[in-house]
Design a protein. Structure first.
Length: 235
């Protein structure tokens, strides 16, 4: 089963549910950068409530830049994020098990200038920590044409895959274009993610946090929790 999704910063648990279900996970990095999306930020528990960690990127004069071409404004951002994570999560049960892996990426990330490459590096590392073994590919390396559904179909055909999995956010346009997939004998599935509460260092449980929140608090149980929240349905 193929999943095609934009590389976001320290994604939420549902993102890793998609990775877990896929045989090939395609990072959709040749789409337009969106300043309002999760491409450069995500949520963690900061001072016992919802807070954001954001990667500073160069935006001036680059309104139509692609995600793969989006450059970092300050390469020291990650070390600052690590300090914030340490301050807010150092007392969690599994902090010591996972934080060192994040620290090990400090120098590699500081040497990178591209937003999507940084996101991909982190996603691959976290997937490994969760015990996932999907094959990762960048869409920009495939040089495929088409917009939205056409590009998804072209990608599935390239790998001779007849099963495509997406998240709930794409349901409307996938249903609209379902006949295009059917013509190509491609089955389309939607992952519904129903978050369940888990241990959290917050005043009140907040769902949809970055996967790091679950990892630090639940450790090896994280993958089981993710799987328990998922229901996959065919369109």
């Amino acid at each position: 089963m193929i999943v095609i999704s934009q590389p976001t910063y320290l994604p939420w648990a549902g993102y890793f549910g998609l990775i877990d279900a896929s045989s090939k996970f395609i990072f959709l990095d040749d789409v337009q950068f969106d300043r309002r999306s999760w491409q450069q930020r995500n949520r963690l528990i900061i001072n016992k409530q919802e807070g954001y960690l954001t990667i500073p990127v160069i935006k001036k004069g680059k309104n139509n830049q692609l995600l793969k071409d989006t450059l970092i404004k300050d390469n020291s951002f990650y070390k600052n994020h690590l300090k914030n994570i340490y301050f807010n999560y150092s007392k969690t049960k599994f902090f010591n098990k996972y934080f060192e892996h994040l620290e090990s990426l400090a120098e590699p990330i500081q040497s990178l200038n591209n937003l999507s490459d940084i996101n991909i590096l982190l996603i691959k590392k976290i997937s490994n920590l969760l015990g996932m073994n999907s094959t990762f590919i960048k869409s920009s390396d495939l040089n495929l044409s088409g917009n939205k559904s056409e590009k998804l179909i072209n990608t599935c055909n390239l790998f001779n895959t007849k099963e495509y999995l997406s998240n709930e956010g794409a349901t409307e346009y996938l249903k609209k274009d379902i006949n295009k997939f059917q013509i190509n004998n491609i089955n389309v599935y939607i992952q519904n993610f129903n978050p369940t509460s888990y241990t959290q260092q917050s005043n009140k449980f907040v769902p949809y946090m970055s996967i790091l929140d679950m990892l630090f608090n639940e450790g090896n149980q994280s993958l089981d929790i993710i799987r328990s929240c998922i229901e996959i349905k065919k369109i």
